[in-house]
Ligand binder design. Structure first.
Ligand SMILES: NC(=O)C1=CN([C@@H]2O[C@H](COP(=O)(O)OP(=O)(O)OC[C@H]3O[C@@H](n4cnc5c(N)ncnc54)[C@H](OP(=O)(O)O)[C@@H]3O)[C@@H](O)[C@H]2O)C=CC1
Ligand SMILES: CCCCCCC/C=C/C=O
Length: 329
């Protein structure tokens, strides 16, 4: 008999999540039936979507939603071998049982030397968000200028590096000077700390006086309201996330987007990475190749210990992460 530790949502978040909103519980797992596997989580992901999705898909006392890299520790399913690592969507649990249908293998050709945690970040869902958002929503072309915010995070850091691979100029905004230095190190043409500039409008103008062809928006709210006025005519805005609004108890009000949308003839498109579920293999293969070639650099913020899942999640929402926030069990 195996005892799994799980984190449940004790109380729906009101405003910014608190440690006391979570509860750590123990669950006795039954013995395996034929066709089943026992897995142990090795790395778990903490992602912004957990904040808005918790209200939509969870009840109080449900196990927190989420993705992990897990190792098969016991198998009564001939298709799965003990010791193999997979990506699962089993929520915040140390151990779980699966029939194998919901598991994804790591992309083929994954080298031993590459941290498997990257399957939750650059070579996982966030990397794919950058890939499809830039390719299919922004439709970035060589020579164009791309603006990305939350640029030092899991999605943003890949957006910037893919924009460079695609022959663009990239401007990134992030919330600390260390993050800005990191962006320059990984090839961003321009980067600034949006928290310390005296005028966001002026900083955006200085970074690209001719404006922006593409805006990959991870933040929404006031940042997006200012940035939209810096778009070039026929610019494209990929509305990827709105993290500046996820913890609001009272919805933010305008300024509103219609005037620049009309007079600059902009395209603004919200998207979910899951719309390209049928192309994940293609995206992961491309991302793995670029990482292996050193064209895309990966940085992770690794928190040690399953007991620190809520702290890692809250820390990520506060901007404490450089690169992808993951928890090592
Ligand atoms: N549409 C889709 O399918 C997907 C959308 N997303 C979205 O992409 C965005 C980035 O996700 P991800 O890369 O995983 O997370 P990150 O790794 O970027 O971590 C979140 C970052 O957001 C920034 N942030 C937090 N609060 C604010 C705020 N009030 N204003 C500005 N920035 C803030 C912080 O960076 P800083 O220090 O720079 O402020 C923080 O580090 C999120 O909005 C997420 O919801 C993610 C995956 C899929
Ligand atoms: C692998 C789980 C898929 C989660 C989809 C995330 C969509 C994110 C939206 C905003 O953050």
């Amino acid at each position: 008999m195996v005892t799994a530790k799980v984190w449940v949502l004790k109380k729906h978040f009101e405003g910014f999540p608190k440690i006391s909103d979570f509860d750590l519980k123990k669950i006795e797992l039954p013995n395996l039936k034929d066709g089943e596997l026992l897995l142990e989580s090795v790395f778990l992901s903490v992602d912004p979507y957990m904040r808005p999705y918790s209200r939509r898909v969870m009840k109080e006392d449900d196990i927190m939603i989420g993705t992990q890299v897990a190792r098969i520790v016991e198998s009564k399913n001939p298709a799965f071998t003990v010791g193999v690592f997979v990506v699962a969507r089993s929520g915040w649990r140390t151990h779980f049982i699966s029939d194998g249908k919901d598991l994804q293998a790591l992309p083929s050709g994954w080298p031993e030397s590459l941290p498997r945690s990257l399957a939750l970040g650059t070579i996982g869902m966030p990397g794919l968000t950058a890939y499809f958002g830039l390719l299919e929503v922004c439709k970035m072309k060589p020579g164009e200028t791309v603006l990305v915010n939350a640029a030092a995070g899991a999605v943003g850091s890949v957006v910037g590096q893919l924009a460079k691979i695609g022959g663009g100029k990239v401007v990134g905004c992030a919330g600390s000077d260390d993050k800005v230095a990191h962006l320059k190190k990984i090839g961003f043409d321009e980067a600034f700390n949006y928290k310390t500039v005296t005028s966001l409008d002026e900083a955006l103008h200085k970074a690209s006086p001719d404006g922006y062809d593409c805006f990959f928006d991870n933040v929404g709210g006031e940042f997006a309201s200012v940035a939209i006025n810096q778009m070039k005519k026929y610019g494209r805005i990929a509305v990827c996330g709105a993290i500046s609004q996820y913890n609001d108890s009272v919805p933010q009000k305008g300024p509103y987007v219609q005037m620049p949308m009309i007079f600059k003839e902009l395209r603004m498109e919200g998207f979910l990475v899951t719309s390209w579920n049928n192309r994940w293999e293609e995206g992961l293969k491309a991302l793995l190749k670029w990482v292996m070639e050193g064209k895309v650099k990966c940085h992770e913020q690794v928190t040690e210990g399953f007991e620190n899942m809520p702290a890692a999640f809250i820390g990520m929402l506060k901007g404490e992460n450089l690169g992808k926030a993951v928890v090592k069990v």
